[in-house]
Ligand binder design. Structure first.
Ligand SMILES: [Zn+2]
Length: 240
């Protein structure tokens, strides 16, 4: 059980220590100069992702101009992000009994929406998208950039990386559902299924947006030019 008062105090503890309230009373807004550093508690709340949006953005802004506080955040040695992923190996023998992967935190359940999408957002995939993404993401699997390798692998042409499709889809969702603010993204989930060829038009289909713990859950899928699900079971968790 979370003590709301504790969360509240932490949310405001980015205030300079001498101004931080020692009671549960709200602390009024005040402007601070760049020389006023984040408190130790505020640093901890920031790296734990526990600050409310306004406080989080103020703290992030301060760190963008303050090497000292940035260094304190770095010194916490906390993960910037954590990735859980699974891969299908076809035609491979396995040894031993089934063993589930280490648990990822459970996702909120998306409501069943049938054919009624919340939004359908067109997304143009350029001819050179996979080459650009390869160099930017440093993922040099040649099925994405060399048509001879793609053909040898039985593919109709080079295909776009699933993570590239995911990145572009999440950008569209951040624009449409989070006011263009990527700081609101807490977590992203999806399964890569159908192929995306280049150039092509794909569709980011936003199915629902529902309240979730600490924010909102936006469920989505990405349909390729043939209507296949390039990404299915998509979910973007937005902080409040
Ligand atoms: Zn500072």
């Amino acid at each position: 059980m979370v003590d709301p008062g504790h969360v509240f105090r932490r949310a405001f503890s980015w205030l300079p220590t001498q101004f931080a309230s020692q009671s549960d009373q709200p602390v009024g807004p005040r402007r601070f100069g760049s020389t006023e550093h984040l408190s130790t508690e505020a640093i901890a709340a920031f790296v734990d992702g526990e600050l409310r949006m306004t406080a989080h953005l103020r703290a992030a802004h301060h760190m963008s101009i303050c090497p000292q506080c940035s260094a304190e955040v770095d010194a916490q040695g906390r993960p910037v992000c954590t990735t859980w992923y699974g891969t299908i190996y076809r035609g491979v023998e396995v040894a031993g009994p089934d063993r589930p992967a280490a648990d990822a935190p459970a996702l909120p359940t998306a409501p069943s929406v049938g054919d009624t999408a919340r939004a359908e957002i067109p997304l143009a995939i350029s001819t050179g998208a996979a080459h650009v993404y390869t160099e930017c993401a440093r993922i040099w699997n040649p099925v994405h950039t060399d048509s001879a390798v793609a053909a040898a692998a039985g593919l109709p042409a080079i295909i776009l990386h699933g993570t590239a499709t995911m990145a572009m889809a999440v950008s569209k969702i951040v624009a449409a559902e989070a006011g263009y603010n990527p700081e609101r993204v807490r977590r992203v989930h999806g399964r890569f299924a159908a192929m995306v060829l280049m150039p092509s038009m794909v569709t980011v289909r936003v199915n629902s947006r529902t309240p979730s713990i600490g924010g909102e859950a936006v469920s989505f899928e990405v349909l390729n030019a043939d209507g296949g699900r390039a990404i299915r079971d998509g979910m973007v968790l937005l902080r409040e």
